[in-house]
Design a protein around this ligand. Structure first.
Ligand code: CU
Length: 188
């Protein structure tokens, strides 16, 4: 009998089990950290992502419009469905008050009173863009995607439309508009 016929134990079942427990533990801990901070990971785009989305660090240089009309106070709360798959303002889709449409005239001053009533991070702004989170008009923003409102935080901003058209108030955190955080402002 040569030495090569002997069974060579490189490890024992007990040691293999311990290794598996450590590996699975690392995966679970890593997963908890990843998902618990999910909003943080997506809260700031890379420079390439910003270029793709058409975001510059400069504020949009829209000329200031003088108020010639009425004050229109609007209260908007960021809310989320229990499973976080649906996001909205004030009420979930299908409920009264969901993403209310704002009607205004050129020169009116829409005063936004914004509250993050959810558990995630959100930020606010008005854009003419029909998709995405870019083109936020100067002065309409409350917080920003890279410094969003935490749960319970709020703020105010205002929008004096200088031209008629359809504008959108949105959550400026990437992806949130697509999940339902968007409403319409119709200016005549
Ligand atoms: Cu949001």
């Amino acid at each position: 009998m040569s030495e090569y016929d002997e069974t060579v134990y490189r490890t024992s079942p007990g040691r293999a089990a311990k290794l598996m427990i450590i590996l699975v533990g690392l995966v679970v801990v890593g997963g908890v950290i990843f998902f618990a901070l999910g909003d943080y990971w997506i809260s700031e785009l890379s420079p390439a992502g910003k270029a793709f989305a058409g975001i510059t660090d400069e504020e949009d240089a829209a000329p200031a419009v003088a108020q010639t009309g009425a004050d229109i106070p609007v209260t908007l709360d960021f809310i989320e469905s229990k499973d976080f798959r649906t996001l909205a303002f004030n009420a979930l889709p299908g409920e009264p008050g969901n993403n209310p449409t704002i009607n205004a005239k050129v020169g009116d001053r829409i005063i936004f009173n914004i509250l993050n009533a959810g558990k995630s991070f959100h930020a606010f702004g008005v854009t003419l863009n029909e998709e995405g989170f870019g083109g936020i008009l100067s002065g309409t923003d409350v917080a920003a995607a890279n410094s969003p409102l935490k749960p319970g935080e709020g703020g105010t901003s205002q929008f004096i439309p200088g031209e008629p058209g359809t504008y959108y108030y949105i959550c400026t955190v990437p992806g949130h508009r697509e999940m339902g955080m968007v409403g319409t402002i119709i200016v005549e």
